[in-house]
Design a binder for this molecule. Structure first.
Ligand code: AHM
Ligand code: MG
Length: 337
């Protein structure tokens, strides 16, 4: 292999060498996530051929119909992560309670929280979907199984966050707090290869991404902000361009590269918005902030919120820093245009 090729595995090991006290547990955990991502990627690409499209009869804890590929992605993550001795427990958007490590396997010092297949309502239409993961160090006693307390840590305590986008190619983007790095899966030899080192989000948005059919249900301050980004003004680069896939991972991934703001505000239909704090908002917040952007619930930093329950939802404003700060000003009523 050419010495210039930086694989994800090598990148993670290089990171490990920076910490002499590291035991390799984190490296092993990332390798397990990487394996799960490849397996989900393979099945996502084969979805039309393998009879995994379409809905099952199950309803998930959010009251939505579970897609077959959701079940597959959830099971793949759980089975890839449950036996390595790196985790004390995990939690998934697709399961109501915490997921314990089976008794026959050793307990580790990390916790992994994940959304196995984000954007799953798009699967049948062949639109990009993604996996989101978030890793913390456990805070309860080392020698016992992990508890819900380990899962309900504020986002600023994450030691790693990442997402995989199953798009025109499969990409894994992650941060451990030392910048954001993107790897593209090379299908010819099945390795994630560094393609986007040290990703930085442009300070100012070119794009706004929001489900505007909810306009009537937002409060006035949010409506004013959306009116503002749509108004024409050459000096401030308006109107911003509108792009909304409805797959958060893909929407935020695009905005990270091109500069943009993604919004899922509270509404009179959904008091806390739609997105989940620990599975979706916190990991994306860690990544976007590491890339130089900002993530807010409209009033302050998403990662300062102490979660009260696993499936808690939160309004989300995330992306280019200048624009997230501005939407906070609109939400506080400090400006109307
Ligand atoms: P999911 O995890 O059940 O797929 O739901 C989350 C998805 C996000 O990817 C996306 O941004 C949002 O739901 C879209 O919601 P809406 O259809 O209300 O715009
Ligand atoms: Mg999701």
């Amino acid at each position: 292999m050419s010495a210039n090729i930086m694989t994800l595995t090598r990148h993670i090991i290089d990171e490990q060498y920076k910490y002499p006290e590291a035991t390799g547990e984190f490296t092993n955990l990332m390798n397990d996530i990487c394996f799960a991502a490849k397996r989900i990627s393979y099945h996502t690409n084969k979805a039309g051929l393998l009879d995994v499209l379409g809905e099952t009869d199950l309803i998930n804890v959010q009251g939505e119909k579970v897609q077959k590929l959701d079940v597959f992605a959830h099971d793949t993550m759980v089975k890839a992560l449950d036996h390595g001795g790196n985790l004390c427990c995990m939690a998934s958007e697709e399961e109501e309670g915490i997921i314990s490590i089976p008794e026959q396997y050793p307990i580790g010092k990390y916790v992994c929280l994940f959304d196995p297949l984000d954007g799953s309502s798009n699967i049948d239409a062949n639109v990009s979907v993604g996996t989101i993961f978030s890793i913390y160090k456990r805070i309860t006693d080392d020698d016992k199984p992990g508890t819900i307390e380990d899962c309900l840590q504020p986002g600023h305590q994450q030691v790693c966050a990442g997402y995989v986008v199953y798009g025109s190619s499969t990409m894994l983007v992650y941060t451990t707090g030392n910048g954001v790095h993107g790897f593209t899966l090379d299908p010819s030899f099945g390795e994630f290869v560094l393609s986007h080192p040290n990703i930085k989000i442009p300070d100012r948005a070119n794009i706004y991404s929001v489900n505007e059919s909810n306009f009537d249900y937002w409060d006035n301050n949010v409506k004013n902000y959306i009116r503002y980004v749509k108004a024409t003004d050459e000096k401030t680069n308006r109107p911003l361009n509108s792009r909304y896939i409805g797959s958060m991972v893909s929407d935020i991934h695009r905005n990270l590269l091109y500069g943009g703001i993604f919004l899922y505000p509270a509404s009179s239909k959904a008091q806390n918005g739609k997105l989940r704090l620990i599975y979706e908002a916190n990991p994306m917040a860690f990544i976007v902030e590491q890339a130089g952007g900002r993530a807010s619930n409209g009033h302050g930093d998403i990662m300062q919120i102490v979660p009260k329950e696993l499936h808690q939802r939160v309004p989300l404003f995330i992306g280019s820093k200048y624009d997230v700060v501005m939407v906070e000003e609109f939400i506080r009523g400090e400006r109307e245009s």
